[in-house]
Each structure stands twice: as C-alpha cells, then as structure tokens.
Design a protein around this ligand. Structure first.
Ligand SMILES: *Cc1c(COP(=O)(O)O)cnc(C)c1O
Length: 238
C-alpha cells in the first residue's frame, strides 16, 4: 500500500479521535490535502483513494497539475498568498480562494468575476497569531472587512481561514483557533455566512478540531516533508 494511503488513514484516525474527545461528529470535518511541492502523480493516488479536496499555494503549481488532476473530480482551494496580477489565472483553476486578506484583492476579484459573469467562493484569512510576516487581515479589522466583502456580490463568503501560531505550546496555538471561532460567532450574529472554519495543519489539527474546525489542511503528515523551507511559501516574489 502506498505510504500516502497509510498516512491518510492515520490522519483520519486522528480526526476521529479529536472529534470524539470534543463531542463532535467526525463527518463534519473535511480533510483538505495541502499539496504544495507534491507531484500530480502523488496527488492522484490520494484522489483515486477517494479524497476530493486539495489546496495549492502557488498559481504556477495549480496550473501545472491541473491537466493531470482534472481526470478525477475534486475541488481545489487556493490557500497561498495571492497577488492581484494572478487573479485571472487563479480563477481558471481554483474553486475557492481561502486567502482573501485585503480589500484591494477582493475588489479586483469582484471586477474580474463581473467581467466573466460568474461568482466564486471565498474565505477570509485572519491573522490570529499576530505574526507580522503573515499575510492576513488583523482580528480587529476582520468584521469590517467581511462587511465590505458582503457588498461584493460576485464573492460568496463561505468561512474564515487561519494559520495558527507555529509553536509547540498547545495552549498558545489554541488561543489562535479560539480567536477565529469568536470572530466567526460575531460575524454570524451580523448575518455574515462564515459557516466554515479552515484551521489546523499536521501539527495542530487536534487542537483545531477541538476548537471547531470544519476544514483541516494537512500536507506533511500525508506527503512527508517538503523539499523547500516553508519560508519559500510565505511570499510570492519568486
Ligand atoms: C503548507 C500549508 C498547510 C499544511 O501544512 P502541514 O504542516 O504541511 O500540514 C496548511 N495551510 C497552509 C496555508 C499551508 O501553506
């Protein structure tokens, strides 16, 4: 059996255990495969085994793998930092953009979608760890930002996304996820349809599930260590 299939089974077992611990139904938690730097052939193994949701960080990779992956029905979310000059490309290949983090990006997406006479699902990416290097809207500005986006009729707001603090201290990481959940509650009260919470990765998925994640994004625990340092993905200057 492929190591990928085995790893997916272990991740699913972790999802089940974390859901059970927090009195949740594991079926309400979706597994998104974070596939940056992973070859299309490896991703295919997961799709053939029944996985149906992947996430890419770079428009170039999305495009390169598209032809091979499109043979099997699945959904692709864009989860990386998105430059406005890539909008036209990214919406050809992605079903959802989870990393909407600034008004300029939202407005330009709206314009392009108007031009193509279509709509797109989006998540708002919130900087719950207060790390300066992260592209994301600050928790303080998230509500106003979401209200702006609601005015953009081509963008369907689906939920909130965050990257938790990179730390071995679980309680610090948990604070990030609790913050996202609190922001969600506030937004739901204002009729902003942010029903999904995309949070939790290989190292912190249990904590995220305990705090209400509906989508976890897992790369390393399934495909192994990436060949590039993660800092490579923190900006799009390449
Ligand atoms: C790479 C990545 C992940 C997955 O991280 P792992 O630690 O490899 O599970 C999740 N979300 C985003 C935005 C990523 O860039």
């Amino acid at each position: 059996m492929s190591f990928i299939i085995k790893n997916i089974a272990s991740v699913k077992e972790r999802i089940r255990a974390a859901a059970e611990n927090s009195g949740r139904n594991p079926n309400e938690i979706k597994l998104l495969l974070a596939t940056k730097t992973v070859s299309a052939e490896k991703i295919l193994i997961a799709l053939q085994a029944g996985e149906c949701l992947i996430g890419e960080n770079k428009v170039q990779e999305l495009k390169e793998k598209f032809e091979i992956l499109k043979t099997i029905p699945h959904q692709t979310h864009f989860i990386g930092h998105l430059q406005t000059n890539k909008i036209k490309e990214v919406i050809k290949y992605a079903d959802c953009i989870q990393s909407v983090d600034r008004l300029e990006l939202a407005e330009k997406l709206q314009k392009r979608l108007e031009f193509e006479n279509r709509t797109l699902d989006v998540f708002i990416q919130v900087n719950t760890s207060y790390e300066e290097s992260k592209f994301a809207i600050s928790p303080e500005n998230a509500l106003t930002f979401a209200q702006h986006i609601k005015q953009l009729d081509r963008l369907n707001i689906k939920g909130l996304m965050t990257i938790g603090l990179f730390s071995a201290e679980t309680e610090k990481v948990r604070k990030c996820f609790q913050l996202l959940r609190n922001i969600q509650v506030q937004m739901l009260e204002k009729d902003l349809p942010v029903h999904e919470l995309s949070m939790g990765m290989s190292n912190d998925l249990e904590t995220a599930i305990e705090e209400g994640a509906t989508i976890i994004r897992v790369g390393t625990a399934i495909f192994g260590k990436r060949p590039y340092p993660d800092s490579y993905y923190s900006n799009d200057n390449k």
